[in-house]
Write a protein that binds this ligand. Structure first.
Ligand code: SF4
Ligand code: SF4
Length: 166
């Protein structure tokens, strides 16, 4: 995560807390699981512009004017936090994307860690999940996962130690 990213998107207290916790614990969230091609994420899309989730139709119209590939999205309703949810006109009846090769970056990167760090949630039933280390995990010594880099570093140190002894 960029050192300044945790300050961006102050529109979401949940996101702010997640970024704060990640920085203090020095642990990145992990995206685990796999896509089951259910199409739910294409029916409840949150859009961001200028670092903010969209709340109004005028914000959406400005986004489409600047980035016309977003015209595929249709405002549907608001979520519990008051942000607009969109569905996509290019989702096929079989729940597959009809524009897969040229879909917007936000679709190709889904679900991104950025969604988590800005307070977003995955649709209910999504095959992916965000897995984060919590303060409670650290307090009670529970470590559900170790960052891969740390494991590799440890392995290297053990190998170097063994080399010295031979
Ligand atoms: S909601 Fe999750 S499992 Fe369903 S299509 Fe989207 S990414 Fe895949
Ligand atoms: S462009 Fe494709 S992947 Fe993106 S929301 Fe629409 S149907 Fe889903």
């Amino acid at each position: 995560m960029n050192p300044l990213d945790w300050l961006a998107g102050l529109d979401s207290p949940t996101g702010l807390f997640r970024r704060f916790r990640s920085r203090v614990l020095r642990r990145e969230v992990e995206v685990v699981g796999r896509c089951t091609l259910c199409g739910r994420c294409c029916r409840s899309v949150l859009l961001r512009d200028r670092g903010r989730w969209l709340r109004s139709l005028s914000q959406f119209e400005r986004l489409v004017a600047e980035a016309p590939e977003h015209a595929r999205f249709r405002p549907k309703k608001r979520n519990a936090d008051g942000y607009l949810l969109f569905d996509c006109a290019l989702l096929g009846e079989d729940n597959l994307c009809t524009d897969h090769d040229t879909r917007p970056a936000l679709c190709g990167n889904y679900p991104s860690k950025s969604l988590y760090y800005h307070g977003g949630r995955l649709p209910q039933g999504c095959g992916y999940a965000f897995r984060a280390v919590t303060f409670r995990d650290v307090l009670f010594g529970r470590r559900p996962f170790k960052p891969a880099d740390f494991s590799a570093m440890l392995r290297r140190e053990i190998e170097q130690e063994q080399d010295k002894q031979t």
